[in-house]
Ligand binder design. Structure first.
Ligand SMILES: Cc1cc2nc3c(=O)[nH]c(=O)nc-3n(C[C@H](O)[C@H](O)[C@H](O)COP(=O)(O)OP(=O)(O)OC[C@H]3O[C@@H](n4cnc5c(N)ncnc54)[C@H](O)[C@@H]3O)c2cc1C
Length: 411
């Protein structure tokens, strides 16, 4: 019998493996593709520690009609998928109610404090500190009205001690030379960080976990079952494995395995698109955030990554790379000197719950199964904190955070 089996070798599974292996536990990751080869490989590379606002805030709901009107805009829903999505959208809308929004904000802010401390520790222990870029981020506005609409969000962040500085004129130009003059104001967030390349960071953290004894099996997990004192994994090659403890960290596919255990968790995917250009495409000084257009530009060690957007289109539909192209066209308008050639297009599946919080906790259906999924836009940012919380749950220690806001039973 295995000690601990983890389904999913994305950044969440890898960090859980690293924390458990550090505690001397025998961990095996099962993944159908490899280590950090899917959504965790191509994201925008941000440690977005100040990104504490639940997505269903009032401002966003107001933007929905405008965004949905443009099929290649920041948010799209393929019409054929809408009926399937409606229950999730209803929960999303309810999560924007003031009391729920405030509770979600406080839970997310607590998670982010832990996230920052845990990444600092894990990077030091795994020797990956040289992959951290501490340049902050610059959020950009095209009009006074857009800037004004952002102010309640900044005030909310301020309540949780998040530092920022609104900038304009020469200050703005110095933070990012070569910006289009259409941007009249910006907000600089010094505590926002990025990493050299999320895939390289994931592989390096995995190498560290392996050095502590973690192992990997490349195979699809078809089905899972929970017993009184363990779990069974049925694999696509027809074999089975027994484990004392099972962690489900299968990103946007996690709800399919949770359903095997009798849990119906409203996990959807917010598909996102980007293009990674050669490093020479533009001298980007720090992550640039175009919230009004739903995308960012990130300087990586391996290129310049342009993308974001949300497509609520489920896990089956093929990618529509017209969306990456539309974002790249906008980026050329915003950074007029940007060279758009030689890019690599990519799509990833953000695993998203309607209240913008992940699921971290035990299933009620069996004491031997722990869930760690649904981190939406923030999986890279919150991976080390999640690793710590999963270790605490499995070792039976007091959790570093009150986990009730993250409970699988909250829906
Ligand atoms: C465009 C875009 C930009 C983003 N930018 C950021 C950012 O800047 N900062 C940030 O914090 N987050 C960002 N995110 C979000 C982040 O990428 C995700 O939250 C995170 O990668 C999710 O990690 P995960 O380990 O849960 O899932 P994944 O990386 O998807 O890993 C899950 C793994 O499980 C495996 N799997 C699933 N089912 C099975 C099965 N049955 N059997 C075997 N294996 C299985 C899959 O093969 C996969 O490898 C972004 C996402 C996108 C799409």
């Amino acid at each position: 019998m295995l000690d601990i089996a983890i389904v999913g070798g994305g950044i969440i599974g890898i960090c859980a493996a690293a924390y458990l292996a550090e505690a001397g536990r025998n961990v095996t990751i099962f993944d159908r593709t490899g280590i950090c080869e899917e959504t965790s490989s191509g994201n925008a590379a941000a440690f977005a520690f100040s990104d504490v606002l639940p997505l269903a805030h009032k401002g966003m709901i107001r933007q929905l009609p405008k965004w949905l009107a443009d099929p290649l805009g920041p948010l799209s829903i393929p019409p054929a998928y809408l009926p399937k999505l409606l229950p999730w959208l209803f929960r999303f809308w309810r999560a924007g109610r003031t009391d729920r929004y405030e509770a979600g904000l406080a839970a997310q802010a607590g998670m982010m404090r832990l996230a920052e401390a845990e990444w600092a520790g894990l990077m030091a222990r795994s020797g990956t500190g040289n992959m951290l870029h501490e340049d902050g981020s610059l959020e950009l506005y095209e009009s006074k009205a857009e800037f004004k609409a952002s102010l309640p969000g900044w005030a909310a962040r301020q309540r949780f001690g998040i530092g920022f500085r609104h900038v304009e004129g020469g200050d703005l130009a110095a933070l990012q030379p070569g910006l289009s003059p259409r941007f009249i104001k910006g907000t600089f967030v010094p505590g926002w960080k990025t990493v050299a390349d999320p895939k390289l960071l994931g592989k390096a953290v995995w190498a560290y976990a392996q050095s502590k004894g973690a192992r990997f099996e490349k195979v699809r997990v078809e089905h899972v079952e929970a017993m009184q004192d363990g779990a069974t994994l049925m694999l696509a090659d027809g074999t089975t494995r027994q484990a004392k403890q099972l962690v489900i960290a299968a990103g946007a596919w996690s709800h399919l395995l949770a359903r095997n255990l009798g849990d119906r968790i409203p996990l959807e995917t917010e598909r996102g698109y980007n293009t990674t250009l050669p490093k020479t495409a533009f001298d980007v000084k720090r992550q640039l955030i175009f919230s009004g257009h739903g995308f960012v530009i990130t300087p990586l060690d391996t290129g310049v990554r342009v993308g974001g957007a949300v497509e609520l289109g489920g896990i089956e539909r093929p990618p529509n790379y017209a969306r990456s192209k539309a974002l790249l066209e906008k980026a050329q308008l915003f950074l007029p000197g940007l060279n758009p050639s030689g890019g690599r297009e990519w799509m990833g599946f953000r695993p998203s719950l309607p209240d913008s919080l992940p699921v971290i906790g035990r299933t009620q259906k069996g004491r031997s199964v722990v869930y760690a999924f649904g981190h939406g836009h923030l999986g890279l940012t919150q991976a080390a904190a999640t690793g710590r919380l999963i270790r605490e749950l499995i070792l039976g220690q007091n959790p570093s955070l009150d986990l009730s806001a993250f409970s699988p039973n909250r829906f």
